[in-house]
Write a protein that binds this ligand. Sequence first.
Ligand code: MN
Length: 449
Amino acid sequence: MKPILREWLAKMEQDGMMKRISREVDPINELAAVGKKLEPQYGALFEHVRGSSMPVVTGVITSRDGMAKSMGMSYEELLQDFNHALSNPTPCKVLEKEQGPFAIKENILTGDQVDLGILPACLHHEKDSSRYLTAALCIAKDPETGIRNVCIHRHEIKDRNHLGALLLPRHTNQMFSKAEAMGKPLEIALAIGVHPSLLLASQATTALGVDEFEIAGSLLGEPVELVKCETVDLEVPVESEIIIEGKILPNVREEEGPFGEYPKTYGAKAPRHVIEITAITYRNNPIYHTIIPATMEHLLLGGISREATMMQVIRQATPNVKKVHITPASGCRYHVVIQLDQKHEGEAKNAMFAAFTSSTEVKHVVVVDTDIDIYDMQDVEWAISNRVQAARDVFIIPNAMGNKLDPSSRGGASDKMGIDATIPMSDKRERFQKIHIAGYEDINLKDYL
Ligand code: MN
């Protein structure tokens, strides 16, 4: 299927998942506050945003099932397809000029026309240093190999043609370092208003040298279609709403931040990379997308790719694992709940070891039986309260590698804790059975109220 954001938004609206807001809102604080109140039940399309003619959408995915549905599959299928796509990429299709006209070229601003101020970029949290772009795919090419990389960074609006950026020590940063060593800038293109599948693919855990759009192509079952940029030697998704072209400047660093981040804490101000903008192109009546940090939309993008990888690693250790949930309260990073159809004594512990090895960020792992709903934290707590004896079922490994952003870590070193909340194999299972009202599932309250 073709990854078209507008089609997905129409589907969400049809299904009652997207609220349309016609009252004018301020992109400073107000938009984020309203969007945050609506999520994760609803996404929001703000038709009138002060200071810009562009409408703003947020919450294009707010659940695992929603993400899967945007690609026409179940969540279980999405996890499987995601892992398959990682090892079976589908090359992109670059469309030639004659195959146009392309909507993304309906408006082209270059030179003095470039003004980031036309965008309804939001100030999300009260201590953020500026308005930020939060839903832009960052597309660049390795200056040595020419292979494309796609990811998401936060971008601080500095002035009409400059953005700040936080480039964590990952692929864009590595590619920029190569360019900077040659004394050159790194050309980039930012795509705003893209289909959820492209956002998800950009979060794949891969080696440098894998084009994330090729992973998206495999997920979608057809090549992602791209068109050439105007001022940089890059290609961008033809169905994007807005494209910003520019270059990361060599030997330039300016203060960026603070910015409210996924762990629900602020990332501190520090000298960081600066991008000079060379062009902005957009469709007529473009839809601008903002991801409000630390909402389900934000957390799930990273969480789903982590769950897919983790599921694969744990299944190698023990095939009886049914489901994996990396919880949103932990930023979809630190807490894992595993559902296991335990067949052998000690199997729960093997599943935990595998979960810890799948990502350095994992801190606490709980394993439960198949009668526990791992997405219902009340149910998970019930299992911990009724099936755990701490001296027997809890283990702690001190001082392993963790995540520096965790404020409780010691320079990134972190303890790991496993909680086995499964019924011990040697115990009588009836003693642990949940109460149940016969016929409960068949009752429809509408028939009674
Ligand atoms: Mn990459």
